[in-house]
Design a protein around this ligand. Structure first.
Ligand code: NAD
Length: 348
């Protein structure tokens, strides 16, 4: 493909879609050819400001015309957008994917769904460090959820060192994104009563060799999930707490910090750190691990990690585009390219 610029459509310009659009826009080997909105709402102004062509999520004339009536230039419906795209990143709300997928297949474009969709619907799943190669040149995939992406970042390097890994984890989940003021709970802790929860086992869609189970609770916060993880390593693993920290420090998209030394001891301070260093939207694409909360005792590893739910999957979407388009076989090369382009807007 050489120097060809990959033409990327974003279907669903919401929390994830607007972030993926900017991350794609920052890359020199891809461009945004359009983003969709269901109706001429406030989010259109952001697309106008960024210079992304607006399309309507639907093809019917009356819905397309409503954009012009509200003063926005709408370039057509989803079908028109797909005609000018090589690949579509579907950032629609979870579980509307199946009908969208039929549209993409018919249009002959490649497609990427998000973690709200099931692996069974997409047939493939993706995280950069776990299975980039298996996704090379496939027609479509799913970038796994924020939780699965976070678990993969720390567990895949451990698994690759040990050759086997058995994990139990508890996901302490934010109740809603900051922009979702209508959701709760606001003063309760809500256990996910379906046990084990789906979160941990979803890792096996990208790294089937990791044995993992999870339980989950939702808590009244909008900022970050925390994972409480216990991993059993095989006999003869040869690791120490320090060598695990070094392994993670040399792995992309992980931040290791000492809570006692930095004063960053809660998710609120992690997010403040992210704002302090000038990250766009206050996002943190990296998974945050508290150094002083990591301990290996015999074969049992204990640690906590914090996940910025709205943003850890964003760079993975960019890498997934390169995998599907077959332009970069080495996940580390793609990750470096993605992150260095993003760093130009992220003040790294
Ligand atoms: P969102 O509600 O913020 O945005 C979804 C956007 O899609 C909205 O602009 C909506 O108008 C639009 N839309 C509605 N119906 C559509 C349709 N039929 N086709 C196309 N677009 C449609 O949702 P979100 O939080 O951005 O989530 C998008 C996906 O990303 C979901 O699968 C979700 O599970 C996943 N995800 C979300 C987070 C997160 O924390 N928000 C993290 C990781 C993954």
């Amino acid at each position: 493909m050489g120097t060809m610029t990959i033409k990327v459509a974003i279907n669903g310009y919401g929390t994830i879609g607007k972030r993926v659009a900017d991350a794609v826009d920052a890359q020199d080997d891809m461009e945004i050819v359009g983003v969709t909105k269901t109706r001429p709402a406030f989010g259109c102004d952001l697309a106008v400001r960024k210079g992304y062509p607006i399309y309507c999520t639907f093809d019917d004339e009356s819905r397309i015309k409503a954009f012009a009536d509200a003063g926005y230039t709408c370039h057509g419906g989803l079908s028109d957008l797909l005609k000018v795209a090589d690949i579509v990143v579907d950032c629609s709300p979870g579980k509307v994917g199946a009908s969208n997928k039929a549209t993409y297949v018919e249009a002959g474009v490649k497609w990427i769904f998000q973690g709200g969709e099931k692996h069974e619907m997409t047939g493939n799943s993706y995280t950069s460090s776990a299975n980039h190669v298996q996704n090379l040149n496939v027609q479509g995939t799913r970038v796994v959820s924020c939780n699965t992406t976070g678990l993969s970042r720390t567990l895949v390097p451990l698994y690759e060192h040990c050759g086997e890994l058995s994990v139990e984890c508890t996901m302490i989940r934010r109740a809603a994104d900051p922009g979702d003021s209508s959701k709760g709970p606001i003063n309760a802790i809500k256990p996910v009563l379906k046990v084990p929860s789906h979160h941990g086992p979803d890792v096996m869609t990208v790294k089937p060799e990791i044995k993992i189970n999870s339980m989950a609770v939702a808590v009244p916060t909008t900022i970050m999930h925390v994972h409480v993880i216990t991993a059993t390593l095989p006999e003869g693993h040869g690791l120490t707490t320090e060598s695990i920290l070094e392994m993670w420090a040399s792995h992309p998209r992980l931040i290791i910090m000492n809570g006692a030394e930095t004063g960053i001891t809660t998710t609120a301070e992690v997010m403040e750190f992210s704002r302090d260093i000038g990250r766009k939207w206050g996002d943190l694409h990296e998974i945050f691990v508290w150094e002083d909360g990591v301990k290996l005792e015999g074969n049992t590893l204990y640690y906590f990690q914090a996940i910025h739910q709205e943003s850890d999957v964003i760079p993975e979407n960019v890498d997934a585009i390169r995998a599907l388009m077959g332009v970069e076989e080495d996940w580390r090369v793609s990750v470096n390219k993605t992150d260095s382009a993003i760093s130009k807007y992220n003040n790294l």
